[in-house]
Design a protein around this ligand. Sequence first.
Ligand code: ARG
Length: 569
Amino acid sequence: MFRSLLTQRLQTAFDKAGITVPDEFTPAVVLASDTRYGDYQSNAPMVLAKQMRTNPRALAQQIVDALEVTDLCEKTSIDGPGFLNFTLSPAALANHLLKSVTDDHLGVPPAPNPRTIVIDFSAPNIAKPPHVGHIRSTFIGDSLARIARFVGHKVITDNHIGDWGTQFGMILHGWKTLLNTTALDANPIAELLRLYKTINAQTKADPAVLDTCRHELVKLQQGDPENKEIWTRCVALSLDQLRTIYAKLDTHFDHYLGESAYNDKLAPLVDDLLAQGIAEISDGAVCIFFRDLEALADKPCIIRKTDGGFLYATTDLATIDHRINVWKADEIWYVVGAPQELHFRQLFEATRKRGQNAKLVHIAFGSILGQDGKMFRTRTGESVGLIEVLDEATERAATVVAEREGFTEDEKAAIAEIIGVGSIKYAELSQNRLTDYKFSWDKMLSLQGNTAPYLINAYVRTRAIFRKLDGNFTVPTEVSFTDPAERALALKLAQFAEATHDVLEDHRPNTLANYLYELANAYHSFYEACPVLRSEGTMRETRLLLCQATSQVLRSGLNLLGIQTTERM
Ligand code: ARG
């Protein structure tokens, strides 16, 4: 990747020029903000000059004199107060292009320090209303998992299903008094939700019902066989349906270790934390205090209630033990909405107190809003179920595909599913995860703009060229760029490596989405300016090579976002 190559060359140049840099200093090389000066730039001379109290332009000159980049750049210049600008040479771009089309990883280098990363995402709650947050978490988490794997990390995906909450008191009571078995067979998640909602409403009107629910819950926790059996069925039915949804989404989990998997670990864990003095008893409850942290000083983490019950946080602590001790996690990423920020701060601090030093990250996100700027709702429902959204997306995409000619009905249905599911995923993943965004069917399904259909269509256009091509594509031995659009496209293609690595810097898939959009635009400009099949010789071979590389990067990049492609549409 050109950015890291240039970084290394700068470091070598510092040594050669006898410039002593601070220990932790790495020269920043970034894509040029103004491409008139070059492709990449670095402000390293300015940063160093400030520390060394010397003239930045003079220092820049010293660096340039020692810099060896003739194999990469056709030009290196010093601009403004002391910026270094690098313009890649056509030969370097051509070499990269030639290498990347035959490389499994399309020229994306592996991460220099592969880690074992557990990614905790999706995690809906059984029998409680799912919220849009679970959709965001599923898309973001899946994409991060794909990208982290692609660059060589060992990734373990774990769906920490909420299968053991107080909601089961209501479900059990509802199951015993209101269950409609036909409805349960048809749509278990919906029927369980109905039970939950009906009983929940009853508890509001009649406190005696609440007591009954509490009693059912206690029985479950004490291992009552009847309640245990009902619970097991609820979980199994919900998981079945969830797996169907995940299959539709092409999302896979290595483990489904829900909250209930840690039940027997909670009591000993709390005892151990008390014995170690990490937790203490306060008003009858067991708490972990963070007195030395201003922000958390008055916000202890409760891990056992006065009535002896355990909490969400207790389960999460036990879960961390499992991930670190058994799975040997170096990092754990939690893709969970911003409202749980406090929970994760407490959890991470508690883990630090326990001397566990895995890197824990809360990958938070905002809300999805409807066109009215309020919380997003579906056509029919009050709260948004993932199934409803997926079905509606496929249905809407089908009307777009319906007018196409030359496809069988089955082919049309398959394309509609790819476009429908891809569109909602892309609408999510092209946003900065921390900002709220408006859910708009028209926008996300549009063939124009920063959308999945636009990108998939760009891929389809690259494939169309190869279908028209007689014989197979072979990688040429000679490449030469004649039109600026060719060079611009080659440069964009090379930057796939940087986009992919950048996603993992701050866990933002939108970096990759935006890159793919820019790539599709660069391809579009190239396509307008440069005839491919009508050209000849090296020019034709170069252009076909660019088409081939674009096709590969679009396909693989979309796949890293969890989006499938189609050969025709
Ligand atoms: N089930 C939780 C919820 O819906 C999310 C769980 C996230 N993961 C975790 N380890 N806490 O809010």
